[in-house]
Unconditional design. Structure first.
Length: 95
């Protein structure tokens, strides 16, 4: 029995929704106008998906996480700010 499951289509559909909700939760706990926050759950969601699936399909996870990050920060942040935040979260989860 393989301890690491292969990602299914439903997994690829659930991750952006959970990531988006985690990003909105993190933005809810923002402490200052500069964007300082006490918790950052997006990295935890991405890290959990990479651990559960042993890195299988990582390029899809990363793409979906970037899209969800841009959508979560869209009303308050510019596209460049949201992309840089998403890339930072990806590096945090993968290093």
């Amino acid at each position: 029995m393989n301890p690491y499951p292969t990602p299914r289509l439903v997994d690829y559909l659930i991750l952006p929704v959970v990531y988006f909700c985690a990003a909105k939760t993190g933005l809810y706990f923002t402490m200052t106008p500069e964007g300082t926050t006490m918790i950052w759950p997006q990295s935890a969601v991405l890290l959990a998906s990479l651990i559960i699936f042993n890195g299988r399909g990582y390029h899809f996870w990363i793409t979906l996480a970037l899209i969800a990050e841009v959508l979560a920060g869209w009303p308050n942040n510019t596209l460049i700010t949201s992309l840089s935040s998403g890339i930072t979260n990806i590096f945090e989860a993968s290093i």
